[in-house]
Design a protein around this ligand. Sequence first.
Ligand code: TNX
Length: 608
Amino acid sequence: MTLFILSSLIGICQENDNPIIPKPYFSKALDAVFTIDNNTVININDDVHELKPVAIQLSDDIFISKGIRLPVVNRAIKGQKSIDLLLGEKTAYVDNNEKYELQVSETDVFVTSQSTTGLFYGVQSLLQLLRNSPNNVINGIKIIDKPLFRWRGLMLDVARYYYPPEFIKKLLDQMAVYKLNKFHWHLTDDQGWRIEIKKYPELTKKGAWRKQSQFAIGLDNNWINKNPHGGYYTQDEIKDIVAYAKSKQIDIIPEIEMPGHAMAALATYPDLSCQKKSFEVPGTWGVKSEVFCAGDEKVFLFLENVLSEVIDLFPSEIIHIGGDECPKERWKECSKCQLRIKQQNLKNEHELQSYFIKRVEKFLNSKGKSIIGWDEILEGGLAPNAMVMSWRGTKGGIEAIKQGHQVVMSPNTFFYLDYYQGLPELEPPYGRIREKAFTIENVYSYTPTIDNLSADEVNLIAGIQANVWTELLHTQKSVEYMIFPRIAAVSEVAWTQPNLKNWKDFSRRLEYEFVNYEKLGINYAKSIYDVWYTATIDSTSSKARISLEAYNYKPEIRYTLDGTEPTIYSKLYSHPFLINLPLTLKAATFREGKRIGKVNSRSFVIFE
Ligand code: TNX
């Protein structure tokens, strides 16, 4: 019954001016305004111990955002204007522990949930309302909110380039704002080992450093930066970051890559490879032939020792063990690997990979942990509690579901934030170029296909995740550029019911985020303001039909045909037009008398 009322209300209330990202499950404007001033208090029940830290954090955040310090009090005196945090009270909903309610009326703001997680999300919504308001006033609103998916992830590859703890924390701050709850920390790879392991100090003494870095992939892959690069996180730093994440309701899922993508470890301990030869930590990218030897017991002992320390550092129930892109050529030539295949009655090297993963999985299971791995771990079968991260499109994910595994959809066709988000000629020179840019609108458009799945199978989709691989992102600024603002779209895909998603409305709300990024000094991409062309050229009549498009909210596109820069006085684009060739078209977006996008310039010629 409640559900029915909710769903009929949702349609009506879609158009209100709620600026929150990700869009809540239900929201309705109320005819009231709440003003925060020096007489406002944050009201909690002191007997509920979990409330205190949330309240103090809220008070700090309001101070940072509005410069007003609200005292935290135990049950405010009647009549006093207050923000009330309520845990496990006043709420009828218990079906989802991330659920919260937020009500802003004239005299009170109520944030209510059954759990501290839900309460935290309610507070995040409140803070967004407040920061997006030009003064200290919040318009009346009632929100009932809960997420679509339980896994709302972001992965950062710190192996290809190292980023310091403060940067990780800054990222966690923004993940929390967007109600993302899984930070997947890609800590080891060919080009660097970034986690201190007490039993093997050499791993970070040697394996965390490389002599050079390759700068580009593709046409110009010979450009080498000869500066050494490296760094790692001490166990103390990791503990601190894990605790910080926890305070923001974020689990950190550590990834230790195996059996491939492991050259940093092999360079440190050549004995763990098949050929036992010494290597350098590579300063080039790509899939490497050197992998952990699957026939040598030393390798499993090493990994078990490493994982034991990892388990102690990360409370997460799930450990990521990689499993992707493991070439088999060394195993084919290795007598120990071949002996293992024979002794274990395996058919080939693919089954040897499966043996490897299952063995590590068994170890982790014995410690009360379960594994997640890239979709290659499916090959050869898995224990039922293993999760699969589907990166090569979503096929692997669907297959995993059919085999009864939980999956995280992370297709490289939508969620690889190392790919360009705009027109290559207008973007800064970092990230990967594909035929098609991964615009924020593309990211936003993702919904998992569930057509051929039963309800139980759909429930196996734990969620979605965006991945930031960093081969081509050598500065913090470049990483920020690739993440922001696409992270906002990721959060809405992860949190919001698909039927509530609406690009135009999202692009309106995104404008508030840009203001916030400016305030926080986040190097965000403004690619959404750039103009895209489509031209159909008819060489017999020497004419072209040109259409222009921009994805920002209510774009105002102006253009010139005479080679001059477009200004606010240039022609306003309204619909596709036919035009004589050759010509040079220059177009950009404008707002309130100012150019906001870059100038996209194109020459169209006639091919004889
Ligand atoms: C594939 S996704 C990889 C990474 C690369 C990435 C570049 C995956 C499991 N493996 O090693 O960094 O492509 O986009």
